[in-house]
Structure formats: structure tokens, C-alpha cells
Ligand binder design. Structure first.
Ligand code: HEM
Length: 433
């Protein structure tokens, strides 16, 4: 049996690293390009047969930016990705539009068919499914033509969303409470309409049949049996295959490790014997190593903040408005606490890694490079600017203080869960060019 050193010789470790990198990046690039090629189109316009424009491409794209500035994936989800306290907007739109259209279709007479009410409803559902799933996207013009009934159904749903985001009606105020929306930040009618255009487009892509296929652009996701959005056979099959592959992979690694364990155990004792002294305890602490102490204080503070924000975030799910009756929603709405909570997970872990690297490097090398102390302090203040600046920008965006969408993109809320911070770092880079 091979010893540990033979199995994992330095040469072989390099080979394993190279093959792993090659394999994983090939898979990433392959599926990345597939996603790019197969992404649902954003049509130039959605029109009625008479040529009336329902939404334009610009409505949809601006709507997406508005959605991002409200907290994006922290305030509800799109195609199932995001926070689950407010609805999945795609599923919500799809369901409301399906019901609105079904009610319009049901008004039409079924001539010459003696049928019970129940039979008639089933027939109307078939018409609904057909109308919602049919792909009328014209690749040449970029236009999608929808029936007049569907345009009316879209208008009805749009009105619901305009009410919700402009907080105009009693019912919408109640819904805003249930969804833990910030109470005082509302959109104007125009922005609420463009936001609706984005929600509509996500729903259109979720139900419209992909050309040459019998599933929608999003493989029938999210679930809506009323319009035939149910899992296809291939989804069930591939889900099962991937679970089996995962289990088989874990099993193989455990089996190999168990098989080799006895042979490798002998190699666990160092050839020159165990160390006689504790390297960390006897290390000389250089000025740069000492300067990393503040990083660890910050890591502790960020971790505590994460736990506290986690508690508040969880309470919104129960109380809707705050923590044990405290009206936190006015100052720290759900979209803000969830943004900070998920971002903190990245920030304190990254800071801890960075600080450990900075502490350990001079200790291992036995050398304190010139300006290392200054560099450690400089990096610390840069980190502080990013953390405090991004938190402030996100708070301002969710409260509706950043009206300009371009400014929101750079300094406010990007709405992409985990990387919500505005792209000011890139902005600073481009300003300095
Ligand atoms: C007492 C401690 C904590 C509480 C009460 C808590 C609570 C929560 C709640 C309620 C959510 C769901 C928010 C929603 O979707 O509505 C959440 C999400 C999340 N939490 Fe925590 N959390 C705690 C600690 C942590 C820690 C220590 C980490 C990371 C190291 C963490 C990372 C996350 C992440 C990444 C998510 C987002 C998950 C996703 O939606 O995919 N949490 N947490």
C-alpha cells in the first residue's frame, strides 16, 4: 500500500491542483456561457394586436434598477432567489395575472357546447394555459404581441402593485405591514409602474415556452399549476441524479480515506519528532502584528452586530413591524437588517482571515518589511470606510433618500444579496483614471 508521502508527493499535489482548477473552471465557463446564451430575452416592447404599447424594454430595465434600490433580493425574491418574508414577486405576479385573465376569459361564451359550470371552468383554464404559455416573441423586431384580454389582466395586476408601492389604499397599507416594508418610503406612480414592468417580465419569462421546447424559459419555475408551471420529468430526473452523485462522491472519499487510514497513520508522526517549543508563544510581536489587534476588536463587534441583526430580522417574520413592540421599522426596516445581516457574514469572516494573515506573515517569515505597520493601519481604515460607507448607503437607499438610480448603483443598494454594497470602489477607480 502506498504511503501518504507517495500518494501526495509535492509533484502530485501540483497535478491535483492543476486538474482541479482546469476542471472546475471549464465547468464554470461552460455553464456560464450556456446561461448567457439561453437567458430569456428582454423584448423591445410588449404590445397588443392593435399596436398599443404595454411595456418597453426601458420600462423593464429601469424597473429592475428601482427594485434594486428598494433592497432588491432582501425585500422579497425573484425567480425564488432572495428573502422570503415578502412574496416571490415572480410567483405573486404570475398568480395574480393568471386569476385576472381567467376571470376575463370566463366572461366569454362557449358557443354550442352544453357544459356544466365546472366543465366550462376547466375549458377556460385550458384557454388560459394556452394563452399564457404561447411564445409570441418576434426575434426580428423584438416585439411580443399579447391579446387584449391579457393586456387588461396586466393592467389590473399593475394597479395592485402601484397601490402597494405608493401606499395609497387601506389594503395596500395592511400588505406593506405584512411584508415588513419600510412604512415611510413610497414610490411615485411612474416608478411603481416601471417596477411592475420588471415584475411582469420576470413572470412572462417564467411561463412563456422556450422556443423548440415544452418548458418555460425558467424550466417552469416558480410553481403555478394553473398555467402548467409544474416540474418537468427531466427536472425530477436530474435532481435525483445530482443527489445520488453527491452521495456517491462523499461515499467514495470516505471509503478511500478509511482504506488508506492505517497506511497513512504512520506518517502522522514528524520525522524529526514533535516540536519542543510553542512557536506562537515565543514569537516576537512586531509593530505591524500588534496593529492587527484592532481588526480583531472589529471582528468581535461585527459578529455581535450580526447576531443582534439576526434576532431583529427573525422578529420581523413574526411581528412584521419590529422587536417586542418597539417600532424599529421606522429606522431599521427588514430590508436593511437583512442586508446588513447577510453582508456582515462576509465582512467579519473576511476581516478575520485578513487580520490572521497579517499577523502570521511576519511571525513565520521572521521579517518585518518596511512600511508594513503603515500598510496594516492603512488597510484597516480603508476597510472601515467600506463597511461604514456601504451600510450608510444601503440605509439611505432603502429609505428612498437616493432618488437618482445611477447614484444608487454606485453608492446605494445594488440589491443582489451578499454584494449589496454600491460599486463605489469601482467608481473611485474610474474617477482616478
Ligand atoms: C443568533 C444568531 C442569528 C440569528 C437569530 C439569525 C437569523 C437569521 C434569519 C431570521 C435569517 C433569514 C432572513 C430571511 O430570509 O427572512 C437569516 C439569514 C441568514 N443568516 Fe443569520 N442569524 C444568526 C446568525 C448568523 C451567523 C453567525 C451567520 C454567518 C456566519 C449568519 C448568516 C446568515 C445568512 C448567510 C443568511 C441568508 C441565508 C439565505 O437567505 O440564503 N447568520 N439569519
Amino acid at each position: 500500500m502506498e504511503t501518504y508521502r507517495q500518494t501526495f508527493s509535492v509533484k502530485r499535489l501540483w497535478q491535483i491542483l492543476a486538474i482541479s482548477l482546469l476542471l472546475s473552471f471549464s465547468i464554470l465557463l461552460f455553464f456560464g456561457s450556456k446561461i448567457y446564451q439561453q437567458a430569456p430575452p428582454i423584448p423591445e416592447a410588449f404590445k397588443t394586436p392593435a399596436g398599443d404599447v404595454i411595456y418597453t424594454r426601458s420600462d423593464i430595465e429601469t424597473g429592475q434598477n428601482i427594485w434594486q434600490s428598494t433592497g432588491g433580493m432582501q425585500q422579497g425574491s425573484i425567480w425564488g432567489h432572495g428573502g422570503y418574508l415578502a412574496p416571490d414577486w415572480t410567483a405573486d405576479w404570475l398568480h395574480r395575472e393568471s386569476l385576472a385573465l381567467l376571470s376575463l376569459i370566463s366572461k366569454s361564451e362557449l358557443v354550442g357546447l352544453p357544459a356544466s359550470e365546472e366543465q366550462q371552468l376547466e375549458m377556460h383554464k385550458v384557454t388560459l394555459r394556452h394563452e399564457m404559455r404561447k411564445n409570441t416573441y418576434d426575434e426580428q423586431t423584438g416585439i411580443v404581441t399579447l391579446t387584449t384580454d391579457r393586456a387588461q389582466a396586466i393592467k389590473n395586476v399593475e394597479q395592485h402593485y402601484i397601490n402597494l408601492y405608493t401606499a395609497k389604499t387601506e389594503q395596500s397599507l395592511k400588505l406593506r405591514k405584512d411584508y415588513a416594508f419600510p412604512l415611510n418610503s413610497v414610490l411615485d406612480d411612474q416608478k411603481a409602474r416601471q417596477l411592475s414592468a420588471f415584475f411582469f417580465w420576470s413572470s412572462w419569462a417564467a411561463v412563456t415556452t422556450r422556443p423548440g421546447d415544452d418548458v418555460s424559459y425558467t424550466s417552469n419555475w416558480p410553481h403555478e399549476p394553473l398555467v402548467g408551471n409544474t416540474p418537468s420529468a427531466s427536472i425530477l430526473m436530474w435532481s435525483l441524479i445530482s443527489i445520488l452523485l453527491l452521495l456517491a462522491g462523499i461515499g467514495t472519499i470516505v471509503w478511500y480515506y478509511a482504506r488508506q487510514f492505517d497506511a497513512w497513520r504512520a506518517d502522522q508522526i514528524p520525522e524529526t519528532g514533535f516540536a519542543q517549543q510553542d512557536v506562537v508563544a515565543t514569537a516576537t510581536i512586531t509593530p505591524s502584528m500588534r496593529a492587527t489587534a484592532k481588526y480583531f476588536w472589529v471582528v468581535t463587534a461585527l459578529f455581535l452586530a450580526q447576531v443582534l441583526l439576526g434576532i431583529v430580522t427573525a422578529h420581523y417574520a413574526v411581528e412584521g413591524q419590529g422587536l417586542y413592540g418597539l417600532p424599529l421599522i421606522d429606522y431599521l426596516p427588514y430590508a436593511v437588517t437583512r442586508t446588513w445581516h447577510t453582508q456582515l457574514a462576509v465582512l467579519w469572516i473576511a476581516t478575520a482571515w485578513l487580520a490572521t494573515g497579517l499577523y502570521v506573515a511576519p511571525m513565520i517569515s521572521g521579517h518585518e518589511p518596511k512600511f508594513q505597520h503603515f500598510g496594516v493601519n492603512f488597510l484597516f481604515f480603508s476597510l472601515l470606510i467600506i463597511v461604514v460607507g456601504s451600510f450608510a448607503g444601503e440605509w439611505l437607499a432603502v429609505h428612498g433618500f437616493i432618488d437618482n438610480l445611477a447614484i444608487n448603483f454606485w453608492f446605494g443598494h445594488q440589491g443582489y444579496e451578499y454584494i449589496d454594497l454600491g460599486r463605489r470602489a469601482n467608481a473611485l477607480k474610474s474617477f482616478s483614471k
